[in-house]
Design a protein around this ligand. Sequence first.
Ligand SMILES: [Zn+2]
Length: 188
Amino acid sequence: MATQAEIRDGFKFRGGHPALDLAATVSGRLGATPRDHLAGPGDLDRWLVASGLAETAPGAGELDLILARQLREALYRLALARAEGRELTADDRDLLNQIASRPAAPAWLGEDGRARLAGDAAGLLALLAREGVALLGGESADRIRQCEGPPCAVLFVDTSRKGQRRWCSMSACGNRAKAAGFRAREKG
Ligand SMILES: [Zn+2]
């Protein structure tokens, strides 16, 4: 897949995994005023398209939005627990497993030879939950990190060879942190 922009349609895609990108639809989690970028069902539609899961807006409804937010918060807490080496809470695991057990959007090979996902928002969220299970319970779980650029809090999979990546984005949080360090040294 081609390299894609870190910000698409106003949403951050820096997690290296769709489950972590969903968690990033609340920004400023560690700050005083977190912001929910999934304010309405239309935002969920936009995110599903921006994430590449859907080609066109799947027509999400209020119930899909509630489900997406529940899934998102469970994924955030579980991934953060992984990043911090803590135990996973049963409630969050149960919720994730429950959503993952629902009928997921089926893959579909089109006339043009391209693979697509068919299905509505609920099916796409079920698929996302399954991918979340695979991430949290798979080999990459040890590579889940939280961005060190406060109050960013974006979670990402560290795919660097050394496994020492500190920021969700080198060009954004990484540069800010370096500039702040430089200023601090100058003041020294
Ligand atoms: Zn960051």
